[in-house]
Write a protein that binds this ligand. Structure first.
Ligand code: ARG
Length: 398
């Protein structure tokens, strides 16, 4: 039986109740760890709430830069979107949170980690598979999956135990947020036919009026500057999110296949990530050699699946990272994004000092460098097999 448990603490109802539940039902000491991945909120208040709920220790980790550098960057370089659409917001943050849970477990001599996920979602998979990958010796406890309390019962439990919670007729939606975007589930959204009400959106409320252009500079597939201003990546993502979101662009409404076999209706707001992914992929079109580009695009959906399925720390994911990193050697240059009302954001131009676009080859103007005579033999040989086949058909059916 575990004695000391490190709990991934969000400050919400479930994880607050989990602190006390772990103490009462499992007889363990709880170390609460809140990881800041850019979700916003008052982390000192969150820390105090964990202590008030009964945690022996409450720690806040500012992991925004680490998240951007070690989790967002590989996913961006891999153009990773699950089912071709979802930029993996929640899926990307869980392996990082687990990394910090495990570190805290080592530091505090804990023998288990715990999370507040339900049994229906993907996040339990990501928490647990990541924990087993990093620390096979640690036990995992999933109170919410075990206790079977309804929301009302959880509120009651909190009140009975004097756990401070802030659930005043709160929204029916389940939200997860970090630097890479915001996910919205539950309530009316569980009806896939119902259009998401405007109230669910926070990052993509249209407020802009005039068009705007922003130039994003990439170096080896990493965004490093906006309009010539170098920025740390977490801030750069925040800026792009703010600018593009102001045009109401970056919403997704999709029915998605969860790892646990459930189809679910998901609403996402990802103005920053989707804009950066669009710009990055566009710069690759300019800078990647054809075969490399084609092979990479075949591997990208696989990469996204692995991340979605909780296999961030798997050997295949690591091997794909090596491929993707090598592919980014020349993904350097600038992409000009233009935003216009209502709800438009697009690539207006791109340039690179190491691009493969060669005007003298591509132009239809007279004085070009292309050797037209070479095309003659090339095309003849290219089609030789088909020509031979067609000639035989003609002989057999005159
Ligand atoms: N369906 C998304 C995913 O699996 C969003 C999950 C949101 N998680 C949450 N705890 N609210 O990545």
């Amino acid at each position: 039986m575990p004695k000391r448990v490190v709990l991934a603490y969000s400050g919400g109802l479930d994880t607050s109740v989990a602190v006390r539940w772990l103490m009462e039902e499992m007889g363990v000491e709880v170390i609460a760890v809140a990881v800041d991945v850019g979700q916003g909120g008052d982390f000192e208040a969150i820390r105090q709430r964990a202590l008030a709920a009964g945690a022996a220790e409450a720690v806040v980790v500012d992991a925004k830069q680490e998240y951007a550098r070690d989790f967002v960057v590989p996913a961006l370089r891999a153009n990773a979107k699950y089912e071709g659409k979802y930029p993996l917001v929640s899926a990307l943050s869980r392996p990082l949170i687990v990394k910090h849970l495990v570190a805290a477990a080592r530091q505090h001599g804990a023998d288990a980690v715990s999370h507040g996920c339900t049994g229906k979602g993907n996040d339990q998979v990501r928490f647990e598979v990541s924990t087993r990958a990093l620390a096979p010796d640690l036990e995992v406890i999933a109170p919410v999956r075990t206790w079977g309390l309804t929301r009302e019962q959880s509120i009651e439990y909190a009140q009975q135990h004097g756990i401070p919670i802030t659930v005043t007729k709160k929204s029916p939606y389940s939200i997860d947020q970090n630097l890479w975007g915001r996910t919205i589930e539950c309530g009316i959204l569980e009806d896939p036919w119902a259009q998401p009400p405007e109230e669910v959106f926070e990052l993509t409320t249209p407020t802009a009026s005039d068009p705007v252009e922003v130039v994003i500079r990439f170096e080896q597939g990493v965004p490093v500057a906006l309009d010539d201003k170098p920025l740390p990546l977490d801030q750069l993502i925040g800026e792009v999110t703010r600018i593009v979101g102001g045009y109401g662009w970056g919403r997704l409404d999709m029915v998605e296949n969860r790892r646990v076999g459930i189809k679910s209706r998901e609403v996402y707001e990802c103005p920053g990530s989707l804009a950066l992914l669009m710009a990055h992929a566009d710069l690759e079109d300019l800078t990647l050699e054809r075969d490399l580009a084609h092979e990479k695009s075949r591997l990208e959906p696989r990469y996204a699946e692995l991340v979605y399925d909780g296999l961030w720390y798997s050997p295949l994911k690591q091997a794909l990272d090596a491929f993707v990193e090598k592919s980014q050697e020349f993904v350097t240059g600038e992409v000009r994004l233009r935003c216009e009302m209502p709800g438009r954001c697009f690539v207006a131009g791109r340039r690179s000092e190491v691009g493969l676009y060669d005007y003298s080859l591509a132009t239809y103007e007279a004085a070009d460098a292309f050797r037209h005579a070479d095309a003659d033999g090339f095309v003849r040989l290219w089609g030789l097999g088909v020509e031979t086949w067609a000639a035989r058909q003609a002989r057999r059916n005159p």
